[in-house]
Design a protein around this ligand. Structure first.
Ligand SMILES: [Zn+2]
Length: 66
């Protein structure tokens, strides 16, 4: 929704600012939703370092509009 800390994340491919989109995640068989920065153009989801550096390397991201 609003700006989050003023830190803009830009899609490396499209050079567009990512927008927070409620995204369904699956982690170790558990489904949950989180708002992750998503490119409005190509749908690329940016996984924050906190998630990527944790034990979430098996994270599967499923876009809601699938
Ligand atoms: Zn993109």
């Amino acid at each position: 929704m609003g700006p989050s800390g003023g830190r803009k994340i830009v899609c490396a491919r499209c050079r567009l600012p990512l927008a927070a989109v409620r995204t369904k995640l699956t982690y170790q068989g558990v489904n949950f939703e989180a708002e992750l920065p998503t490119c409005p153009e190509c749908g690329q989801v940016f996984v924050p370092e906190e998630l990527a550096l944790g034990k979430m390397h098996e994270l599967e991201v499923t876009l809601e509009d699938k």
